[in-house]
Design a protein around this ligand. Structure first.
Ligand code: NAP
Ligand code: MG
Length: 404
């Protein structure tokens, strides 16, 4: 069989622990036999980050800006214990945080769903994608534990001399205070990423805040989205037959539960943090959650939503058999290859990505799965747990048949 050719390099970001092992298996068994894989390789494993003083992370993000599409393996975010374990000279920052700061993107998380694993919410038939604004709000807030009686004010001094001051509360007893902020530039980026992703995936976009209560803060989010939609995306949405829909967060929650899925739900930072865990758990498992960072100027970084699965890695190092689920990592590759194919006009690469995903779903529908999923399977479906390698080989068998 002739291997599929690529014209532009895909930015490949390798990672750590169990997912690094799986990364290599996926390349060896599911990609290299079929594609003349053209990647620009960056090793984001913690050892290499230490060696390069984290320069490799920055370089990989710049390469993503240059080429437009990246695929990333899960990586360790060092804490104190990791500093000792790896003998680090510094507690390097989260690579995801660094990449996100450079690309200025929004993270979209979508569950992979299969017939035998029923969502907890019975009427959910299609995936729900959460788009979380990953900047500001409570995550960058300034807080104060008010110790005693006293007056709190909100004040602003503009560079041009504008002054604002308003009493927040005249405390008659101890209490708490919090100051939050966000920036128009970040909200604008968030909006563009969401509208672009909706157009790309041809799905409706929902956006929710609490603007009836937060008449300046949340209202600003609402108005920026509305303005950008009307000026730049309305026509495109109408052509595609998709809709943009704004509602209050509490109304959104009720509608989401009653819906059958199949749309994108854009959330402010905190709402997205909470709702994405709710949605992923209700759909089944973090190991079945795909994740893509989309920048406002249309750069894409695909990854799995889970971490490096440390517990499995330590068992693997002891020579024990592991049954780690590679689905989300395979989908990171298929997502990135499909996007590369679309951008470069390579139909056979797009076709390959689709068939790889079909082969994964067929394998699961045939009841061959990793241990984590077997426990989630509904009554009446047969399921056998296999180790990671055998699972990948079962996918390969089906992929070969599809490509023949
Ligand atoms: P984790 O790697 O997601 O694993 C937590 C647990 O979830 C695992 O022990 C396992 O449960 C289950 N699990 C997760 N993914 C699985 C998969 N693919 N197949 C089967 N089971 C899976 O989270 P963590 O243990 O909190 O973090 C480990 C490391 O990952 C940390 O160093 C953290 O910094 C890093 N991390 C990286 C990213 C990223 O790069 N995007 C995200 C999160 C965390 P059982 O052990 O019960 O089987
Ligand atoms: Mg969270």
């Amino acid at each position: 069989m002739k291997k599929i050719k690529m014209t532009t390099p895909l930015v490949e970001m390798d990672g750590d622990e169990m997912t690094r092992i799986i990364w290599q298996m996926i390349k060896d068994e599911l990609l290299l036999p079929f594609i003349e894989l053209n990647t620009e390789y960056y090793d984001l494993g913690l050892i290499e980050r230490e060696k390069t003083k984290d320069k490799v992370t920055f370089d990989s993000a710049y390469a993503t800006q240059k080429y437009g599409v990246a695929v990333k393996c899960a990586t360790i975010t060092p804490n104190k214990q990791r500093v000792e374990e790896y003998g680090l000279t510094e507690m390097w920052k989260s690579p995801n945080g660094t990449i996100r700061a450079i690309l200025d993107g929004t993270v979209f998380r979508t569950p992979i769903i299969i017939d035998s694993i029923k969502p907890v919410v019975r009427n959910w038939k299609k995936p729900i994608t959460i788009a979380r604004h990953a900047y500001g709000d409570v995550y960058k807030a300034t807080e104060y534990r008010v110790p005693s009686k006293g007056k709190a004010t909100l004040s602003f001094v503009g560079e041009d001399g504008t002054e604002f001051s308003k009493e927040i509360y005249d405390f008659e007893c101890p209490g708490v205070l919090q100051g939050q902020y966000n920036k128009d530039s970040s909200i604008i980026s968030f909006a563009h990423s969401c509208f672009k992703f909706a157009v790309d995936t041809k799905q409706d976009l929902w956006f929710s805040t609490k603007d009836t209560i937060s008449k300046q803060y949340d209202q600003t989010f609402k108005l920026i989205f509305e303005d950008i939609y009307n000026k730049e995306y309305k026509e495109k949405f109408e052509q595609l037959g998709i809709t943009y829909f704004y509602t209050l967060i509490d109304d959104a929650v009720a509608r989401v539960i009653r819906s059958e899925g199949g749309y994108i739900w854009a959330c402010k930072n905190y709402d997205g943090d909470v709702m994405s865990d709710m949605v992923s758990t209700a759909f089944g498992s973090l190991a079945m959650m795909t994740s893509v960072l989309v920048s406002p100027d249309g750069k894409y970084e695909y990854e799995a939503a889970h971490g490096t699965v440390t517990r499995h890695y330590y068992r693997y190092l002891k020579g024990e058999e592991t049954s780690t689920n590679p689905m989300a990592t395979i989908y990171a590759w298929s997502g990135a290859l499909r996007k590369r194919g679309e951008l470069d006009g390579l139909c056979d690469l797009v076709d390959f990505a689709n068939k790889l995903e079909e082969a994964c779903i067929d394998t699961l529908n045939d009841g061959i799965m990793t241990k984590d999923l077997v426990g989630l399977v509904s009554e009446g479906y047969a399921a056998t747990a296999v180790n990671t390698k055998d699972f990948i080989l079962a996918i390969k068998e089906r992929l070969e048949r599809k490509l023949a």
